[in-house]
Design a protein. Sequence first.
Length: 238
Amino acid sequence: MRKTIVLGALLAVSIAAAPARAADGSITFARWEADGYCYPCTIEKEEDGKDYIRYTDGTKEWAPAWRIGKANIRVGDTVYGNWLNKGLYYEGKVTSRDGDNIHILYTDGDEEDTTIGLIRMKLECPDAKEVGCRVFGRWAPDGYWYPGTVKEKKDGKYLVRFDDSDKAWLDENEVAGYQPTFGDHIQGNWLGKGIFYSGRVAKRNGEKVRIEYDDGDVENTTISYLRADYDGRFHPAK
């Protein structure tokens, strides 16, 4: 078996606890900020607009409500499975589901019976547009989406301060609660010189990313030096 290794930000344990599941089968997920993936979790308590959550590996943290949501895992969905529960995640598709039990067909042809507690997903957080949230916003002069921070909300618009210090009032459809994750296709500002080249995120740790460019070059940089295309959804690299 040969797979591209994706290191999980959460430690693997021998048995994954069952995530919270609603009557309609949807599962509670929360975005782990170190890598941008969403992991299944359970909300244990709420206080002052934040939720105290427990991930299925036992990790706990306080998280703002906008980082938490529900997703109903269906046959055909793309997920990233913790192969043999060893802490390494690989891309695949769900081919069957029975409660919390799922079967994954991985992109390299391997298959596995596992549980929802042992997957992670790339999910957008539609509510991640509160003041202080890191977002990608559309810059009208060139149509690309750049990283920034929401500084103010007023009359349905968002004041975004982009990482290069430019500011703009944007409509709701011009702001996305998105942060790049492993495999996402982006464009990088090569050496910070203002020229962008296409590539994919090969590694992420918080704001730090490693880019493998389409021409074979590699660069360690930060999310501040990225931009992306967006057509209603940010697509992973093919």
